[in-house]
Design a protein around this ligand. Structure first.
Ligand code: C3B
Length: 840
């Protein structure tokens, strides 16, 4: 509904239009007003939580003013927009980021002080928005920050989960999952009760002939669930552009509950529908890189795709442009295969509702979508059972079959001699039951497909999509190496390092152009710079030590080498290799003379990360780490030489404390399994070095920082297949004696009941060691030895870390976004145009 205020009243309107605070006084006034009126508190009962709420609301006002302005400008200019469809956005906290991005850090800090609060305390009141599992969700969050910072007209679309990723507690050394109800106070979202979409499930398809004699299909008689939009403003750094993240919440289509049923006394039934509807957006699925094939998950995917597509098409239709303009106005990027149903959904809209012919609808669809693949591991590739799709989305299944028919015809025509290729590339897998291969549908329905690091993109081309490269040619497949936002992962997480760099580079421009970091290398021999750099690392380690004492009750010495591995717990990421290495170290220490011990480099091994609730092996890894910690940390022979810490409930805000404190971080996946990794980038950017395998972005990090500034070990991706084969078919399996000793120690009960750990050990000894822990153990341990030696020369170590930091410019998510924009979305950096038009 258009509801503009008439011309005559606009003067009054403009005079009273909301203004953003600029000065400390205005900021304080806004905070106090919100505390007193929005929260109904006063200076006599304002705790830190209320101070946080008041501050957040003051900042939110500001963001919304800019958000309104951005949206008005975009509606007016109607540029091509990019829509990022991601089931996960792991945003973390918003307040600190908002204050930074709008350039109000000093104002807010001083203002809060005058009102009696410390900024750090206020900021730490906020709960993380944890609508994601790990790397994929955090990447989406970094991308939103970069898109806004670079002034791209971009929207994120996701679900408004009532429960984000579970909170992790550790009880008796085991992971326990606790629900994350994060919405009791969330000042960052705006319910848009007027922006709703009715989404259909089940029902049937009827064919009919319209007046012109054309055959059409209609999907009808299904169950309707309503999607309600909740908007979160996404401010760019140092720009007024404020983009939108739109989250859909599900509710019953007939309102709160069914009055007819209620009035006839069926009280429970009257709310049952409502609960069923609300279930759709209730929880984030807590699996990382694993497909479970559950109906509710498919419902989530369709609900979200349908609501988002409706919204996108509605916005396009407002412009009254012809359909052939659609892909010039709309780019949709699919974050993994989770949103692949958007492809048949757009086809359905174009065919059934807009009456386009197949060929035109298909070329629009293909030109609109781009698909980013994030894994080549088979267990993560989504496949939906055909009977399930038939039941839930009968019209979509027809369309998928039609897409497949056209595609296979094309393949048959062009590769007549390769009949066996047809079943290999078919969207439908001939299994029992048949299954829809979502990755194939995504490839076929998109004009570009990209991997997230060079090695990964090569594997994408040579393994899972090999046939498609042949069919479409190599240009359809490309690489965009991941990146991270330096605003959060340098300036926010490590303000003192950011300040030091700014002092040398003459300002914070590097936060916008991270390549400027290369100028830091000129200071690598500057004594004053080195002193401050070292002091910063030490202070960050002290902060982590204090945190460790406070939450885990473990005392660690900040002068020790801090070795950190924080990420989702997964066999392919090989936390088991790390903890076996720790046990080996412990056994070595135990067998040493006191003189020999005196020469050992003290070390703290930190771990953190969640295991999917149903992932037994990952949970046992957590248990083993905790049990080893109990024994080692209490052993008087060992003292400070080795401590083992499991930091529970790893999340984004904790990562901001942990990342700047590493000397070494571990990125030790089986070669070829970690598509990119992004925490590797965060650690190096914060002055830590890496021990890693030749996998994912580690390879490009090596190329950038130089081989001397990273510790690589282990087998290469190209050898993995042969090694796996040898485990299964080789005649003698010789375990490295040190690893054998580690296993013997575990089995002897040194770390408590060995029963729970048998699966871990057996998977290596008896079940083929799929992740090649035994193959890489020796070189891993040796490389850790080299690290101990290297760390003793503190000056050389410092030189390496400074050099590495200065060479990390490539890994900014700003660079990724520009690559996506140019290569995939065909968007042009709008800043220049907007400046010219006087918007900035
Ligand atoms: C992850 C990959 O495992 C990481 O290597 C990669 O850096 C990130 O995506 C971002 O590209 N990933 C994930 O978190 N969840 C999946 N389902 C698949 C990949």
């Amino acid at each position: 509904v258009e509801a503009s205020v008439p011309e005559e009243q606009r003067e009054a309107w403009k005079k009273h239009s909301a203004k953003e605070f600029k000065t400390k006084d205005q900021f304080e006034a806004d905070v106090v007003r919100h505390i007193e009126t929005t929260l109904a508190r006063s200076l006599f009962n304002c705790d830190e939580a209320a101070a946080y709420a008041g501050t957040a609301l003051a900042l939110r006002d500001r963001l919304i003013i800019e958000w309104n302005r951005t949206q008005q400008q975009q509606t007016f200019a109607d540029p091509k927009r990019v829509y990022y469809l991601s089931l996960e956005f792991l945003m973390g906290r918003a307040l600190d980021n908002a204050i930074l991005n709008v350039g109000m850090k000093d104002v807010a800090k001083q203002g809060l002080e005058e009102l009696g609060f410390r900024m750090e305390d206020v900021i730490s009141q906020e709960r993380d928005a944890a609508l994601g599992n790990g790397g994929l969700g955090r990447l989406a969050a970094c991308f939103l920050d970069s898109l806004a910072t670079l002034n791209y007209p971009a929207w994120g679309y996701a679900l408004r989960y009532r429960y984000g990723i579970f909170r992790q507690e550790i009880v008796d050394g085991y992971q326990v999952e606790v629900p994350d109800y994060w919405l009791d106070f969330n000042p960052w979202e705006f319910p848009r009760h007027d922006v709703t979409v009715d989404v259909q499930f089940y029902g049937g398809v009827r064919k009919y002939t319209d007046d012109s004699g054309k055959q059409l299909s209609v999907w009808e008689n299904g169950e309707i669930v309503t999607a309600v939009a909740y908007d979160a403003p996404i401010p760019g750094y140092g720009t007024r552009t404020t983009n939108n993240l739109r989250l859909w919440s599900s509710k019953a289509s007939h309102g709160e509950f069914d009055f007819t049923k209620f009035n006839s006394g069926e009280y429970e039934a009257s709310v049952a529908d409502q609960q069923r509807a609300e279930t759709i957006s209730a929880v984030l699925y807590p699996n990382d890189s694993l497909d479970r094939g559950k109906e509710l998950r498919l419902k989530q995917q369709y609900f979200w795709c349908a609501a988002s597509l409706f919204d996108i098409v509605r916005r396009f239709k407002k412009s009254k442009k012809a359909w052939k303009e659609f892909a010039n106005q709309v780019a949709i990027q699919l974050n993994d295969t989770h949103p692949t149903l958007a492809i048949p959904e757009l086809m359905r809209i174009l065919l059934d509702q807009e009456g386009l012919e197949w060929d035109e609808a298909w070329s629009i669809t293909q030109a609109t979508f781009g698909y980013t693949n994030h894994t080549v591991m088979p267990e993560a590739l989504e496949k939906w059972s055909v009977p399930l799709v038939q039941h839930l989305l009968p019209r979509h299944l027809q369309i998928i079959y039609d897409i497949n028919f056209h595609f296979l015809q094309y393949v048959e025509r062009n590769f007549p001699k390769e009949r066996e290729m047809l079943s290999r590339v078919s969207i439908i897998e001939e299994s029992e039951p048949k299954r829809v291969r979502m990755a194939f549908l995504a490839v076929i329905g998109s004009h570009k497909v990209n991997g997230v690091a060079e090695l990964h993109s090569d594997l994408v081309r040579t393994t899972i999509f090999k046939d498609f490269v042949k069919i479409y040619g190599p240009d359809k497949f490309t690489n965009v190496t991941n990146g991270i936002t330096p605003r959060r992962w340098l300036h926010q997480a490590n303000p003192r390092l950011s300040a030091l760099i700014a002092s040398k580079l003459g300002g914070h421009e590097f936060l916008r152009d991270l390549n400027l970091l290369h100028k830091v290398e000129a200071y690598v021999d500057d004594e004053e710079f080195r002193k401050e750099f070292r002091a910063i690392k030490y202070a960050n380690k002290v902060r982590l030590a204090e945190y460790t004492k406070a939450v885990e009750g473990i005392t660690v010495n900040p002068s020790s080498l801090f070795d950190i591995q924080v990420k989702r717990i997964h066999e392919y990421k090989r936390q088991q290799l790390n903890i076996f290495g720790v046990i080996h170290r412990y056994l070595e220490l135990k067998s040493m003379s006191p003189e020999a011990r005196a020469k050992v480099q003290p070390r703290v091994s930190f771990f953190g990360g969640k295991a999917a609730p149903g992932y037994w092996m990952a949970k046992m890894v957590i248990h083993l780490i905790n049990q080893v910690g109990k024994v080692v940390n209490a052993d008087p022979d060992i003292g400070d030489l080795l401590k083992v810490v499991f930091l529970f409930d790893y999340n984004v805000s904790k990562a901001e404390i942990i990342t700047p404190a590493s000397d070494i971080s571990e990125h030790i996946s089986t070669a070829g399994t970690e598509a990119s990794g992004t925490s590797n980038m965060k650690f190096v950017l914060n002055g830590g070095l890496i021990i890693g395998t030749c996998d994912g972005a580690n390879i490009e990090i090596t190329r950038e920082v130089g081989e001397d500034n990273i510790f690589l070990f282990g087998n290469l991706a190209e050898d993995v297949e042969d090694l796996r084969h040898a485990h299964f078919y080789g005649d003698s399996f010789q375990l490295d004696p040190s690893l054998q000793r580690v296993f013997d120690t575990i089995r002897s009960g040194t770390f408590g009941d060995a029963g729970p750990f048998s699966g871990l050990v057996d998977s290596i000894v008896d079940h083929g060691d799929y992740y090649l822990v035994s193959d890489d153990f020796k070189s891993y341990v040796e490389t850790q030895g080299l690290i101990d030696e290297a760390y003793k020369d503190q000056e050389a170590w410092l030189t390496r870390t400074i050099t590495a930091v200065s060479r990390m410019g490539f890994f900014s998510s700003d660079r990724c976004i520009d690559e996506y924009a140019e290569m995939i979305c065909e968007l042009f950096p709008p800043l220049a145009v907007w400046r010219r038009e006087g918007w900035f």
